[in-house]
Write a protein that binds this ligand. Structure first.
Ligand SMILES: C[S@@+](CC[C@H](N)C(=O)[O-])C[C@H]1O[C@@H](n2cnc3c(N)ncnc32)[C@H](O)[C@@H]1O
Length: 223
C-alpha cells in the first residue's frame, strides 16, 4: 500500500495485482529480446490463426509466441498460472477466488489436438522455451526443435507462421540480417497456403531491399 499526503489530502493506493499484469507467471527464463506475453498474445489474435490450424514460430527464443498460442488454443485464462496481490488481502473471501479459478479451469479445452511448433537455431533457447512451457503445463502441446531457418521444412499445410526474427541494429549487422531475410524468403517460398506474419522493430523492413528479398509474406508488423 502506498500513502501520499499533500496538505490535507491523503491518498491510499492499494496494489491489487502484484507483479505486472503482462507477466503470466510462466517465464522462469528469458533469452535475448523476449516479447512481452500480452503483446505476443495480442499479435496472435491479430492473425487468422485458429486452434485447428498449424502454428509455427521459427525464431521462438524463449517461446513466448508458441506458449501464448497454446494458452489461446487451450482457452486457458492468462492469469491462471500466477498469483495476484489481492488474494492475500485479509478481507478477501478465499472461496470466491477458488470458485473463479475452478470456473476458469472448467472453460479450458484440453481435448482439441493442437499443432503448435517452435524452432530456433539456438539449442539453449529451445531448452529455455521448453522450461517455460513446462512451467505452464504445456509441454505436450508444443513441438520444439532446434533448426536454422535455412534448413526449415514442413509438410504441414494451411498454417500460420508468426515470426519475430532478429534485426540488425548496427550497420555491421545489416548484411547478416539481409542474408537471414533471404533465407527466410527461400524457406517460406514453398509454404504457399500458409499465412505469414513477421514482427520486427526494423522500421526499414518493409521499405528497403527487404521487401524484394522477402516476398510472399502476408503481414509485417513494425513495433
Ligand atoms: C528476437 S529473438 C525472438 C524472441 C522471442 N520472440 C521471445 O519472445 O523470446 C530472435 C531469435 O531468433 C533466433 N535466430 C537467430 N538466427 C536464426 C536463424 N538463422 N534461424 C533460426 N533462428 C534464429 C535467435 O536464436 C533468437 O532466439
Amino acid at each position: 500500500m502506498e500513502v501520499a499526503i499533500n496538505k490535507d489530502h491523503v491518498i491510499l493506493t492499494l496494489d491489487t495485482t502484484g507483479s505486472s499484469l503482462f507477466k503470466r507467471g510462466y517465464r522462469v527464463e528469458k533469452g535475448t529480446a523476449p516479447l512481452k506475453e500480452n503483446l505476443a498474445a495480442a499479435l496472435i489474435l491479430l492473425t487468422n490463426w485458429h486452434k485447428d490450424m498449424p502454428f509455427w514460430d521459427p525464431f521462438c527464443g524463449s517461446g513466448t509466441l508458441p506458449i501464448e498460442a497454446a494458452l489461446i488454443g487451450r482457452n486457458l485464462a492468462p492469469g491462471f498460472n500466477r498469483d495476484f496481490a489481492f488474494e492475500q488481502f485479509g478481507f478477501m473471501d478465499s472461496q470466491i477466488i477458488e470458485n473463479e479459478r475452478d470456473r476458469a479451469d472448467d472453460l479450458a479445452d484440453y481435448d482439441t489436438p493442437l499443432e503448435i511448433h517452435a524452432s530456433d537455431i539456438d539449442g539453449s533457447m529451445i531448452e529455455i522455451a521448453k522450461t517455460n512451457a513446462r512451467e505452464v503445463g504445456l509441454t505436450q502441446d508444443i513441438q520444439f526443435k532446434q533448426v536454422a531457418i535455412a534448413d526449415f521444412k514442413t509438410d504441414l499445410t494451411g498454417g500460420v507462421m508468426v515470426a519475430n526474427p532478429p534485426y540488425g541494429e548496427r550497420m555491421s549487422e545489416q548484411e547478416q540480417v539481409h542474408q537471414l531475410y533471404r533465407q527466410m524468403g527461400k524457406a517460406f517460398a514453398p509454404l504457399t497456403d500458409w499465412s505469414k506474419y513477421i514482427i520486427t522493430s526494423d522500421l526499414d523492413f518493409e521499405n528497403t531491399t527487404v521487401k524484394k528479398l522477402l516476398r510472399n509474406v502476408n503481414y509485417i508488423m513494425e513495433l
